[in-house]
Design a protein around this ligand. Structure first.
Ligand code: MRU
Length: 356
């Protein structure tokens, strides 16, 4: 798996996902404002990858701060954090990661400025490593629901490229594959930005996993034919009642899955859970430029010049369509998710388990 995001010699390194799969290009960033731009322009995308990139962006911005002491440093860190936080509104990892970096800096405020700067770099690298470990743990729990011979449908890209490595929904696929299960994946192409066609199909092929690319409107056809055994998707923000925001089109897939009695799983690291929101209708949904709909990947115009087009980048799948939410702490029914906030909760008892 190629590294999605890295810190090397004082720079943030991102594989340019707008160029994949035709070209594998690594961009170097030495200005935090360009990191914000890279998140906004989808050079890096996918909630956990956005989070780690934002943390490295904060570390990068911190290097340029001139301050006499920790207090002044913290004051100057704030506008940098606000700038990065403005990149995209839906993936909660962006805000989670920035807050974590700010809280970390706060704890260090009595140290020397060079020491705080270096510690912030180390913290962002730690967040990258933690993300990979979390994805592996989530993959293990999720793989329990995958049986030999299963065909899994996924939407968008919730793979290695959407994280610091291994992936969330595709982490479940990779973990099942590592356990020797013969599995197949159907990947929705995911209009308008084609994350499924460009990224999911590509990374699954790189890992030697049997993948079939379909257009988004084919999912029902294959479900009706009994060719899909389970659906696994990622999430940008899961809220307290178990509602989940994910790439536009996820809701339609969930409704179709319910109609056909197909289990629908969401792979959600706890960093994508926002317990401060009670229900999914409160999640801010990013509206992107209409040209993403009227043109195919900014290359070919497919709609009449001047037509009005809508482009919400995410939709909300209500908890009632979700079989279980798979986290690094185990899989839980959406209605039990809120119990993860309680450090005394008996997770062993709450965990949702496969019936096979
Ligand atoms: O607009 P994107 O490509 O950032 O949207 C990504 C998704 O919707 C993913 O499914 C989600 O972030 C989960 S990634 C592990």
């Amino acid at each position: 798996m190629i590294p999605t995001v890295d810190w090397k010699q004082g720079k943030v390194i991102l594989v340019d996902q707008t160029k994949l799969p035709l070209e594998v290009v690594f961009n170097e960033y030495s200005d935090y404002r360009d990191v914000t731009g890279a998140i906004r322009d989808l050079v890096v995308r996918g909630a956990p990858a956005i989070g780690v990139t934002a943390a490295m962006g904060v570390a990068l911005g911190a290097q340029g701060i001139e301050a006499q002491d920790g207090k002044e440093f913290l004051k100057k860190l704030e506008p940098i954090c606000n700038h990065i936080a403005s990149a995209r509104p839906t993936a909660v990892n962006l805000f989670w990661a920035i807050r974590r970096m700010q809280a970390f800096a706060e704890c260090l405020k009595d140290q020397t400025v060079p020491r705080i700067k270096e510690s912030l770099v180390q913290e962002s690298i730690r967040m990258k490593e933690e993300d990979i470990a979390v994805n592996r743990a989530m993959g293990s729990y999720g793989a329990e629901f995958v049986q030999d011979g299963d065909t899994i449908l996924t939407h968008c890209n919730a793979g290695s490229l959407a994280t610091a490595g291994f992936g969330t929904a595709l982490g479940v696929v990779y973990a099942a594959h590592e356990r020797g299960r013969q599995i197949k994946v159907f990947a929705d192409e995911t209009r308008p930005i084609l994350q499924g066609a460009r990224l999911t199909a590509w990374e699954l092929m790189q890992e030697g996993i049997d993948v079939t690319l379909i257009t988004d409107n084919m999912a029902g056809y294959f479900m009706q034919k009994g060719m899909i055994d389970l659906v696994v998707v990622g999430t940008d923000r899961t809220v307290a009642n178990g509602d989940v925001a994910n790439k536009i089109g996820t809701y339609s897939v969930a409704v179709l899955a319910k109609e056909h009695g197909i289990p629908f799983f969401v792979a959600a690291p706890t960093s994508t859970i926002d317990f401060s929101l009670a229900s999914g209708d409160l999640i801010p949904i990013e509206e992107r430029d209409a040209s993403e709909v009227t043109r195919v990947f900014d290359r070919v115009q497919v709609a009449p010049e001047g037509v009005r087009a809508a482009n919400p980048a995410f939709d909300v799948t209500p908890a009632r369509y979700i079989t279980a939410i798979v986290t690094e702490k185990g899989a839980f029914r959406p209605e039990d998710l809120h119990q993860l906030q309680d450090p005394q909760a008996d997770l062993e008892k709450l965990r949702f388990r496969p019936d096979h």
